[in-house]
Design a protein around this ligand. Structure first.
Ligand SMILES: [Zn+2]
Length: 227
């Protein structure tokens, strides 16, 4: 039974992971809704029962952002300024939160954002919800995973220069994730293909942080717009 729950929850995580790349790394609320809605398209037929969650997954896709105002510690869960850690590019960055804190100190780790461990915590919540057959909690946890994973595919959520403040490009964050994506939302299409099993969610999150290499490209492209 536990194995079945594990497969279900892993699939949710994987579904959002495989869906996001074709969504052009974007993240206003409308994109978060699109990502979570599209996730179900990648489930195999044996997961047909998940269709009843479609509306809830979409409606709860921005719940994590809405908690920023009122839940302590929420605001740092949506990003990681991973280029502040040279070890990431050397492939030697620790993956667990405790190992990161031992190496860099809590203030630097929290200050740089904690999205990998927010995903890990939501994944554990999803597992527990399945085991307890608490479907309301399961949908909420799955929606949060979709949100946080989507955030990790936005290069502006993965860099110290998250708003162009270091390169004279103030406002690039909003220009990219809200204005540009809002203008082109109708052109975004979910990636084809089915979900694949991920055995190590945290390692997968770190791999998706490779999206960070696109940050300089985005900064360069923003310059070309002449804004
Ligand atoms: Zn977010």
């Amino acid at each position: 039974m536990i194995r079945r729950f594990l497969r279900l929850s892993l699939s949710i995580l994987v579904v959002v992971s495989v869906t996001i790349p074709a969504l052009a790394h974007a993240y206003g609320s409308s994109v978060h809704r699109l990502v979570n809605r599209s996730a179900l398209l990648h489930l195999p037929p044996s997961f047909g029962g998940f269709a009843q969650w479609a509306t809830d997954l979409e409606d709860l896709s921005t719940a994590a952002d809405e908690r920023k105002c009122c839940v302590s510690g929420e605001s740092i869960k949506h990003y990681i300024d991973i280029d502040d850690y040279p070890e990431f590019f050397a492939g030697t960055l620790p993956q667990t939160y405790s190992a990161m804190v031992s190496q860099y100190g809590q203030s630097r780790v929290d200050g740089n954002g904690t999205v990998p461990w927010a995903i890990e915590a939501s994944y554990q919540s999803l597992l527990a919800a399945f085991q307890n057959q608490d479907w309301t909690a399961a949908v909420a946890a799955a929606a949060d995973i979709g949100h946080y994973v989507a955030d990790t595919h936005n290069p502006m959520h993965l860099t110290v220069n998250y708003n162009g403040q270091l390169t004279g490009q103030n406002g690039i964050h909003s220009r990219f994730e809200s204005q540009m994506t809002g203008r082109h939302l109708a052109e975004l299409e979910p990636a084809p293909g089915m979900a694949a099993l991920i055995m190590d969610p945290l390692a997968a999150v770190y791999m998706s942080s490779d999206t960070q290499i696109l940050a300089p490209v985005f900064h360069g492209s923003d310059d070309l717009t002449g804004i």
